[in-house]
Design a protein around this ligand. Structure first.
Ligand SMILES: CC(C)(COP(=O)(O)OP(=O)(O)OC[C@H]1O[C@@H](n2cnc3c(N)ncnc32)[C@H](O)[C@@H]1OP(=O)(O)O)[C@@H](O)C(=O)NCCC(=O)NCCS
Length: 147
């Protein structure tokens, strides 16, 4: 049984473990720890009371930025990423958010497929935005308008 709830300060060590296990280029721990607080709507998804994933979203007035979403590799492709993002968008709608933005590596096809499935559209491309192992990588900027 899975459950979505607020990511609290006591969850951050467990969440950062998922960050490191799931991302090819994880955030630095200091970056992870500072993207918390009252301007954020940060959620966790738990399976049988164990954290399987999280989403980090910053809200400024009626706009939000999805800064990070990750599901532990052990739990990927089970529908949890979709469920978490779908619930996040509903909560943002209830808070009066109109537009949600995100940026994603152009090579991250599974995340892009998830975002498309949830209704995000590509808005623009930032060339050579991300560092990569061999050369820099483009960022795709996506957005969704909420009802
Ligand atoms: C992106 C991520 C969050 C998806 O989570 P998930 O729980 O595995 O995704 P779901 O099982 O809910 O799948 C939802 C949709 O995502 C897409 N998707 C997910 N994994 C995919 C894969 N391996 N290949 C292709 N599409 C995929 C599909 O569109 C899928 O819908 P479908 O099942 O109808 O085909 C997960 O792969 C992850 O944590 N990746 C590493 C971190 C990351 O890249 N985060 C995003 C950038 S910040």
């Amino acid at each position: 049984m899975n459950n979505i709830s607020t990511l609290s300060t006591t969850d951050l060590i467990e969440a950062y473990n998922i960050e490191q296990a799931s991302h090819i280029f994880p955030w630095l721990k200091t970056v992870f720890l500072t993207n918390q607080g009252e301007r954020f709507l940060n959620l966790k998804l738990s399976v049988n009371r164990q954290m399987a994933g999280f989403a980090i979203t910053q809200i400024i007035l009626n706009e939000a930025s999805l800064l990070n979403i990750a599901i532990h590799p052990q739990w990927q492709r089970c529908g949890f990423g979709y469920h978490l993002l779908d619930q996040l968008l509903k909560k943002l709608t209830n808070r009066g958010v109109i537009t949600v933005w995100l940026e994603v590596r152009a090579s991250n096809t599974r995340a892009i497929a998830l975002y498309n499935k949830c209704g995000f559209n590509q808005v623009t491309l930032r060339r050579n935005y991300y560092p990569s192992i061999t050369k820099r990588e483009d960022a795709i900027i996506m957005a969704i308008q909420l009802d």
